[in-house]
Design a protein around this ligand. Structure first.
Ligand SMILES: C[S@@+](CC[C@H](N)C(=O)[O-])C[C@H]1O[C@@H](n2cnc3c(N)ncnc32)[C@H](O)[C@@H]1O
Length: 327
């Protein structure tokens, strides 16, 4: 039955009809679009209250992974194990957090404009910069509800100092003294085992029930979680790093994104990823029967993401979605 309170906005995709990937009869209702453009321009085309869930993974703002993100340059520089060329993310500057917040502030304002009342905004963040992400969201008007952790097994990155001591042009006796004093200590990095996801929410209109009745946002669906299906979904969500990364250094696991989309949005909701990378969020949204809009600034990456999204839409195994769009 049609919910009269839902604002019908089915023409959100109309400017894109020409470029929408071909749908098969199995999923003709699902719409997904990925634009190769700066999200700060792209999101201006979206209407107020048109998005139910923002799920996104902005540039990290660490060591070359900022707003001038360049995969080619990064890949050239990343030579694990070579001390002279530190892996991406190792170089530390207090400016990184400030730059991230400055970059995210106008983006968060746009999220606030396009999201429905009560809608969730889930933003991946480097752990050491998560506070800046949270402040940008809070300043834009979101309520910070929680911090989720994507739990994975990373690789230890801490560096021993012995090599540098041995290279010093000092007497051997002094080297021995220093080596003994340092006692095998390493640079301050424990083995990474998780990444923060800031969970923010747009202010609701009225009670939880009234807000859901009008906007279908603001409540969570814990009935059928994808990860740890038999348990009540928790704030620490285990998921293996994806083996196939589609040429992207920080591709996120699709099962994790599906898990979040299923909990934090309604079927046929519109999911927005402003920093789409290889298109993982788009793939997850389609698999969960949600509409999707994404932006990716790098042309080559955007093409790959578009191909992934198109392939997912065309997957004959995709289950039939019959519910009409709720916009
Ligand atoms: C952390 S990655 C996202 C990875 C993605 N979650 C995946 O699974 O592949 C961030 C992406 O944002 C893109 N990006 C950076 N600035 C952007 C902007 N202003 N608009 C749109 N995309 C941008 C980068 O090119 C990069 O691919």
């Amino acid at each position: 039955m049609k919910n009269e309170n839902i604002i019908e906005d089915t023409d959100i995709f109309s400017p894109y009809q020409q470029s929408l990937p071909n749908s098969t009869s199995a999923n003709a209702n699902i719409q997904a679009i990925l634009e190769n453009m700066d999200c700060r321009d792209g999101m201006k085309q979206l209407k107020e209250n048109s998005v139910s869930l923002v799920l996104t993974d902005p540039p990290y703002f660490i060591d070359g992974m900022g707003d001038d993100w360049d995969t080619e340059k990064l890949n050239k520089r990343v030579k694990p194990g070579v001390i002279g060329s530190l892996p991406a993310g190792m170089k530390f500057s207090v400016e990184q957090g400030r730059e991230l917040q400055k970059f995210l502030a106008p983006v968060a304002d746009e999220w606030m404009r396009v999201i429905r009342p009560g809608g969730f905004c889930l933003v991946f963040s480097q752990n050491r910069l998560g506070h800046r992400t949270a402040i940008a969201l809070e300043d834009a008007g979101f309520e910070i509800r929680d911090v989720l952790i994507w739990r994975y097994e990373g690789q230890a990155k801490a560096f021993s100092q012995d090599h540098f001591i041995r290279k010093r042009k000092i007497p051997d006796k002094e080297k021995d003294r220093l080596l003994q004093k340092i006692g095998g200590r390493k640079t301050p990095q424990l083995k990474p085992q998780g990444e923060m996801i800031i969970l923010a929410q747009a202010p609701r209109e009225g009670t939880f029930v009234d807000n859901w009745d009008k906007w279908e946002t603001g409540l969570i669906d814990v009935n059928n979680p994808i990860i740890n299906a038999s348990q009540f979904p928790g704030t620490v969500i285990p998921s293996k790093k994806p083996k196939e990364r589609y040429g992207h250094m920080t591709a996120k696991p699709v099962d994790l994104l599906q898990h979040l989309i299923r909990i934090f949005s309604a079927p046929r909701a519109l999911v927005l990823d402003s920093f789409a990378g290889s298109g993982s969020t788009g793939v997850a949204a389609i698999l969960e029967g949600r509409d999707f809009i994404g932006y990716e600034i790098e042309a080559e990456m955007a093409t790959r993401a578009q191909e992934r999204i198109k392939a997912t839409l065309s997957d004959q195994n995709y289950r039939r979605i019959t519910k009409p769009p709720l916009r």
